[in-house]
Design a protein around this ligand. Sequence first.
Ligand code: GTP
Ligand code: MG
Length: 242
Amino acid sequence: MTDEKALIVIPTYNESDNIGLLVPEIYKVVPNVEVLVVDDSSPDGTANCVKALSEKYSGVHLLSRGKKQGLGKAYISGFRWALERGYEYIFEMDADFSHDPAYLPDFLAAIRENDLVLGSRYKNGVNVINWPMSRLMLSYCANMIFTRIIAGLPFTDSTGGFKCFRKKVLQSLNLNKIGSSGYSFQIEVNYLAWKKGFRIAEIPIIFTDRKRGESKMSTRIIREAMILLWKLRLRSLIHRNG
Ligand SMILES: Nc1nc2c(ncn2[C@@H]2O[C@H](COP(=O)(O)OP(=O)(O)OP(=O)(O)O)[C@@H](O)[C@H]2O)c(=O)[nH]1
Ligand SMILES: [Mg+2]
């Protein structure tokens, strides 16, 4: 564990079954980090669970937003909150236990030599547990074929949401201009960091499907990602030609 301040940003929508279990697991592994839960006024009372946690763990913070506006917008407010307070390492992590806190030390080790560390489900084969074949095929093709071929990204997992940024990467992004909300938010941020020449590493993670709570995956999210890939392709072509 490094001495610099690390913040784990966790967006939540109806994660009251998970968040109260996840935070203690995080603190067992990395006691010195802080946690910011960005909740979009979940009807299931997730925010109350976070308030109770913050009484027990002084490093737990809650950022409440008025209504559900998608993952991307939640992360952008979380990033702004983190930058205003000077955290050096800023994590993205899901609340649903798909991202095992046991990997947090691996990220902290890798970020010492890098500016952005991506947790990859596909770096060492396929490490996804309990997803239906259709969902796995969609994710695998999106990452290993579409993002690499259409947008030219050199990563094995560009849509994953378990990652760690150095502060300077987020400071360099124009957060107002990031328009994506679903998985394409992850692709867009990776693309922008890669184009700026930051050092980006992937570490292998095993991803497990959620056991509790409901999925927010939708066809709208998939459509948004496909449109973004072609936009990025176009953007690369325009920049290449002057
Ligand atoms: N604040 C906020 N959080 C969200 C929103 N949509 C999803 N999340 C959270 O983002 C994380 C990832 O979302 P998931 O629902 O797990 O999405 P997923 O991983 O695609 O779907 P499953 O794992 O299959 O359920 C979880 O912690 C969600 O609670 C949103 O609109 N606002
Ligand atoms: Mg999930």
